[in-house]
Design a protein around this ligand. Structure first.
Ligand SMILES: *Cc1c(COP(=O)(O)O)cnc(C)c1O
Length: 483
């Protein structure tokens, strides 16, 4: 048999990868992992600083998750969810509904607003498709709209299947498929660092904290919603990532934005589809509610209960592909009827409600709620804040923004001008390659470096990651007088 690297280069096509570059150098072959670290075939050890593309919560080979998976394997790996159910998937639905409806939000929720129904699928994209189709049918069947239309944020990314791509607004991913997509509208994203309405001069701080504006970004949402309604029908739903937009460049929302936007949507009769594929399960906030309970979803941190809650990445703690779309009884009801009315939700996948995925997701939820994980999460949030401060001394660090357990560092030509680095120079990629050589793995979004390690990452590992990032930036920009 060929060596692994040759097998890969001969036969494999990698996602979101320029394969011409890929074929030009030897890939890293991951062979094992433990906690926050991964090991490669050469015995080198790396810190997993982006949680294996934002999926992993408790680290690799977590004993509790491993055990849950083995336990389920000893029973059955998979059985169809068409006409049958299974133990872990039914239990998981109950747990997800519990987490999605914290008691302190019950005042803002009527009985019909409870997220009480769970539809399973396989990954973030498919879970978005489910929300999209359900919202579409809901709007039509309840007489709200004859031709439902969706609103999302500029720069949005909601997955790669065609419905999800239609909701997105990243030119690079859309243009080639323009004729296959359905039209959606976009509205400005609250990107304080690059906001045309932010009159503040650059400072060495998270741009949200020193912005000078009049909430023009919220007014824009109001404006497009009002315009749409004046044309006859409101938007069916606005789709957004609460807390922060991930793939758009880790763009966190200023406090209060989501709550205001949610009110605008309610006023116009537009539903809210919360894509918490990345932000869910405590990734984007370490807040606790008035009952002292951790806030698991970024929507709830703003006191907002969406009509659809879309979950994937962290659902299984980063173990298996599985996703869930939660919605309300109100939406569920429009799919009820006599068989021959054919109102069923005609949608599903072969692996829907997979028992292994559900079993490990159940263990994930259990682990999340332990005191130990709660402590780890607070410790990690604090370490990211403390250890990242050193980066402000680098002139290429334009904005640095933390949202819960996610830290993003936007590299620019010079912080004083906010001038973006040319994308073709691949500075973000080069910094991440330099980090990998130093034993830290992450993936940039353009020139934004993402640091979001598993919750079990220790303060000294965080220090290692940020020192590595610092030194890698200095390596890639050697000529700057200040470096
Ligand atoms: C990753 C991601 C998706 C797509 O999920 P896949 O599992 O990659 O299909 C959708 N929305 C958000 C916010 C994501 O981060």
């Amino acid at each position: 048999m060929l060596p692994l690297t040759e097998l890969d280069q001969k036969y494999v096509w990698h996602p979101f990868t320029q394969m011409q570059d890929w074929l030009g150098h030897e890939p890293i072959v991951i062979t094992s992992g433990k906690g926050a670290t991964l090991q490669d075939s050469k015995g080198r050890s790396y810190l997993d600083a982006n949680s294996s593309i934002w999926t992993n919560l408790h680290g690799h080979r977590n004993p509790a998750l491993d055990k849950a998976l083995r336990g389920q394997l000893a029973k059955v790996a998979h059985s169809s969810f068409l006409g049958l159910t299974n133990e872990p998937a039914a239990k998981l639905a109950g747990e997800l509904v519990r987490l999605a409806n914290p008691i302190n939000l019950s005042e803002v929720m009527g009985p019909d607003d409870t997220l009480s129904k769970v539809f399973y699928s396989d990954d973030g994209s498919t879970a978005m498709e489910v929300a999209l189709k359900q919202a579409y049918q809901f709007a039509q069947r309840s007489g709200l709209s004859a031709s439902p239309r969706f609103l999302s944020l500029e720069g949005a990314y909601h997955g790669d299947t065609l419905g999800a791509v239609s909701l997105g607004h990243i030119d690079l991913f859309q243009k080639s498929y323009a004729n296959l997509l359905f039209p959606t509208d976009s509205v400005m994203s609250p990107y304080c660092y690059r906001c045309p309405f932010n009159r503040a001069a650059p400072k060495r701080a998270d741009a949200r904290t020193y912005r000078v504006c009049e909430w023009e970004c919220v007014a824009k949402v109001e404006e497009v919603c009002a315009t749409k309604q004046a044309q006859g029908e409101p938007y069916t739903a606005m789709v957004l990532e609460p807390g922060l937009q991930g793939a758009a460049g880790m763009i966190p929302q200023p406090e209060g934005w989501l709550q205001q936007v949610s009110k605008v949507l309610r006023r116009h009769g537009t539903q809210l589809i919360a894509d918490e594929v990345m932000t869910g399960f405590g990734r984007a906030t370490v807040d606790e509610d008035s009952n002292g309970q951790p806030v698991w979803f970024a929507s709830h941190a703003e006191g907002v209960q969406p009509d659809f809650l879309v979950l994937a990445k962290g659902l299984t703690g980063g173990y298996l592909p599985m996703a869930a779309t939660l919605t309300t009884q109100r939406v569920f009801n429009v799919f009820l009827g006599r068989y021959e009315e054919f109102k069923s939700f005609f949608h599903g996948h072969s692996y829907t409600g997979n028992a292994l995925g559900s079993a490990v997701a159940l263990a994930n939820v259990e682990l999340l709620e332990t005191k130990r994980t709660r402590q780890q999460r607070h410790r990690l949030a604090a370490a990211l804040r403390t250890e990242s401060a050193v980066l402000w001394e680098l002139p290429q660090v334009g904005d640095m923004r933390q949202c819960g357990l996610i830290l993003a560092v936007e590299l620019v030509e010079d912080w004083k001008t906010r001038k973006p680095l040319a994308l073709k120079d691949r500075a973000g990629f080069r910094v991440c390659e330099a980090m990998a050589r130093r034993g830290v793995l992450t993936r940039p979004i353009g020139n934004v470096i993402v640091v979001m390690p598993p919750y079990c990452t220790t303060p000294s590992q965080v220090q290692q990651i940020l020192t590595c990032l610092h030194d890698s930036i200095v390596e890639i920009f050697p000529n700057h007088p200040k470096n």
